[in-house]
Design a protein around this ligand. Structure first.
Ligand SMILES: [Zn+2]
Length: 224
């Protein structure tokens, strides 16, 4: 049975004659040829034209990378989840973005990644001033120095005497956690190890619920 399909654009609703290639919206749920959502050449041209990138700001939190994109026509796409693909030098988001604009986004991503790398802490030295009070000397990969940063640990939070950028605070918290862990290890290794008490394995039903460590199961310096 021969059937005919009028070529109607799913975006602008106009009938069209394709030049060179037939554009359509990728959709895995489409079962039938007539349900394919075609896009006319004019709409493709408009789409490519719209995606002139004026700026892209990346941020990373808990290993989730997001980007806010501003187009030259003023359109803003906020906090979109995105994935940079090194091999193709593109950035994939939930939006349909023309290849050229994806490459442009990748350029912005590279600049972001370079900055992030330079802000990572390279060296961090601690000095204990008094009980619960410390000094830190920090150097970043980019060569920034933060010297004699005095801080205290209060209610499980690390409090600095002067303001520092967020990336320094974040790095300082991580470095201080390792410092404390190391101190703990040194202090137990210099003392004679107490004989571990013999303990019968508890049946699973008697295990304390919740897990974690410490009595109240709070992660020290975990939250800001
Ligand atoms: Zn169209």
């Amino acid at each position: 049975m021969i059937r005919s399909l009028p070529l109607t654009c799913s975006r602008c609703g106009k009938e069209f004659v394709p030049r060179g290639a037939l554009h359509y919206q990728d959709d895995f749920s489409v079962q039938n040829f007539k349900d394919i959502r075609l896009v006319c050449d004019q709409c493709i041209a408009d789409w490519k034209n719209k995606w002139q990138i004026a700026g892209a700001e990346y941020s990373e939190r808990n290993y989730v990378l997001t980007v806010t994109i501003t187009l030259q026509d003023g359109t803003v796409f906020r906090d979109m989840d995105c994935t940079p693909i090194e091999e193709t030098e593109t950035v994939i988001t939930g939006e349909d973005i023309p290849a050229e604009a994806q490459h442009k986004l990748y350029e912005y991503y590279e600049a972001f990644a370079r900055l992030r790398e330079s802000q990572q802490i390279k060296d961090c030295f601690f000095e204990k001033l008094s009980e619960g009070k410390f000094n830190a000397d920090i150097t970043t990969n980019g060569g920034e120095h933060f010297e004699s940063l005095a801080f205290v640990v209060e209610d499980g939070y690390l409090k600095l005497e002067k303001d520092v950028p967020d990336y320094i605070l974040e790095g300082l918290v991580n470095a201080f956690k390792s410092y404390l862990a190391q101190e703990e290890m040194l202090s137990t290794s210099t003392q004679p190890a107490p004989r571990p008490p013999r303990r019968r394995t508890m049946p699973e039903s008697q295990w304390p619920s919740g897990g974690g460590f410490g009595q109240n199961n709070k992660n020290p310096f975990g939250e800001f």
